[in-house]
Write a protein that binds this ligand. Structure first.
Ligand SMILES: NC(=O)c1ccc[n+]([C@@H]2O[C@H](COP(=O)([O-])OP(=O)(O)OC[C@H]3O[C@@H](n4cnc5c(N)ncnc54)[C@H](O)[C@@H]3O)[C@@H](O)[C@H]2O)c1
Length: 264
């Protein structure tokens, strides 16, 4: 199982949660992976657990310079950048739209949307020069319908889906594929916070997820990683401008009421 053998990948927001699981799986598939995050301690711990194919780079996706430096580090250290995963994210402000704090909204938009724009901009700079590449943007089922997440988070994720389609139409001419993935309820600190109000109450969060799951089980971060491997691999050469939903049928109309987080 070395579907990414010889490839170099960046995964942002990889000090925990989905990003850490994606990075671990990419390395297991033979890729060299640079994990990037604002949480430097978390990065070190994840890199140690993954092993020698994993390098770290402290990066704040709110800063274009930081994202540009990250991409240059990949190119200069590994000679190429084959895969860019724009995954860093936060929950952002929750509660009524009437009470939303504009500064908190801007912060969430900056991390999710502007961070993804910067990631696409700088990864495609390197990928165009080398003649190929794959960009994967972490969206959400909340980016496909309203009512599944907080308002600003929902808006930012909808924008990421649109941005993915838009960028794909241009970058296809440079042999660069751009796709989104829409996870929907994988047990991470972010989802634990959504469900329980706390980042670390995994036990209570898991119980709630099982109760709400059409399949009667809670998805772990590892359960999304295969979707990223597929879209990053050469066998997905025809998948472009798409958004792959991985949510255990929760997004299907009829199951939509399962995780309404617009209430604080
Ligand atoms: N877990 C799910 O079920 C789920 C569902 C839909 C979408 N998502 C999306 O998946 C992505 C990862 O979420 P997660 O559940 O693993 O959350 P998480 O909170 O466990 O991990 C998010 C990571 O992003 C990092 N980060 C935050 N701000 C950053 C910044 N400015 N620069 C760099 N890194 C930063 C955090 O330090 C953290 O390590 C997010 O974009 C989230 O919106 C997750």
């Amino acid at each position: 199982m070395e579907r990414l053998l010889g490839k170099t990948a960046i995964v942002t927001g990889a000090a925990q949660g989905l990003g850490a699981a994606i990075a671990a799986r990419f390395c297991a598939e033979g890729a060299s992976v640079i994990i990037a995050d604002v949480n430097e301690q978390g990065l070190t711990a994840i890199a140690e657990s993954i092993g020698p194919l994993c390098a770290t780079f402290p990066c704040d996706v709110r800063s274009e310079d930081s994202v540009s430096d990250l991409v240059d580090f990949a190119r200069d250290s590994f000679g190429q950048l084959d895969i860019m995963v724009n995954n860093a994210g936060i929950l952002g402000p929750v509660g009524s739209i009437t009470d939303v704090e504009i500064d908190a909204a801007l912060e969430a938009i900056r991390i999710h949307l502007i961070g993804t724009i910067a990631g696409i901009k700088h990864a495609s700079r390197v990928m165009r020069a080398q003649g190929h590449g794959v960009i994967l943007n972490t969206a959400s089922t909340a980016g496909l319908r309203g009512g599944l997440g907080p308002h600003v988070y929902t808006a930012a994720k909808h924008a990421i889906v649109g941005l993915t389609e838009s960028a794909a139409t241009e970058l296809v001419h440079y042999n660069i594929r751009v796709n989104a993935i829409a996870p929907g309820g994988h047990l991470t600190p972010l989802v634990a916070r959504v469900l329980t109000g706390r980042d670390d109450d995994f036990k209570a969060a898991e119980k709630m997820m099982i109760e709400r799951s059409p399949q009667g089980r809670a998805a772990k971060p590892e359960d999304i990683a295969g979707a990223y491997v597929y879209l990053a691999s050469d066998e997905a050469w025809f998948a472009n401008g798409a958004c792959l939903v991985v949510d255990g049928a929760r997004e299907v109309p009829g199951n939509l009421a399962s995780m309404n987080t617009t209430k604080s």
